[in-house]
Write a protein that binds this ligand. Sequence first.
Ligand SMILES: [Zn+2]
Length: 347
Amino acid sequence: MEEQPQIVQPKPRHRWLRLFLILVLVVVSLFTIGCYAAKNNFDEHMMEKAEGTADSFCTTKDEEAPEISLIGNGTISLKVGEKYEELGATAVDSCEEVEVVVSGAVDTNTAGTYKVTYSSMDSLQNTSKKERIVNVIPKYHGTIYLTFDDGPSQHTALLLDILKKYDIKATFFVTGYGDDAMIVREYNEGHAIGLHTASHDYSYVYQSTANFFADLYTVQNRVKNLTGYTSMLMRFPGGSSNTVSAKYDGGSGIMTKLVKEVTNKGFVFFDWNISSGDAGNAYTPNAVFENVVYAFKEYGDSIVLQHDSKGFSVEAVEKIIQFGLANGYEFKKLDMNSPTAHHRVNN
Ligand SMILES: [Zn+2]
């Protein structure tokens, strides 16, 4: 019996293996070609970069915007009428040289806050921006006379430090109390020293004109002995409009008499047109700050009443000064010719 040749069918497992091997071969070849092309591309790119020619990498891949750096401060303050000098900015891009475009106008004749914008764009239109704030502050807004009553106290040294830091002169209406050295410091540091009676005791000083002047001269002598300066500036305890004096004067109209007599004797007395409220409704530095700055007189004189006997009031002074300076006010001490802000006398 003739043997029939046997047809051997390849086993399915072998067929798959062969297909798989072919696939691997194709993938490896493609990868090799890809790497070679990429390397060539990279070499060309590096050569172009070195030669400074057009950069194909940057024109297709650069996604970063230029980085802008301002020359000078990000915020500039100047007074109305002063010149604004454009300091400009620089920009750096990872791929190419870029320019900075400046926009926004500053009107130095009009107070306000202005923005100057610096922008830079690369050839793929990646754009960045930076701003500079320019504050044009009023040349003159008014004059502020800071006045402090009832000291010296343990808070006076801090107050003097703050005033010194900003080179601002204030006025102290002093009493017979507190540290002599503080009065000396006030005087030596250029502040005005006024008189507020030695005892500040309403029941004594408003009992009679004789009592009042005896007490006034006591504090005047204290200041003179410490500084050599005879002060003729004064402020009545409670101000000239106080009504508490009517309790002690036996119905004699003491304030009317005193106002006339102090003037006749050559004193100049001062009241105030802004009360910080530190002897009334204000108990925090912030409340004092708000009472004072919201009441500043525009284009006029602000005579501010504070007490250096109150620590929280002293703590408000730095912010008050900063606000005043930033808004075009000038600070002055009182002298014999200053505005007096007299109140209406009530008795
Ligand atoms: Zn007082």
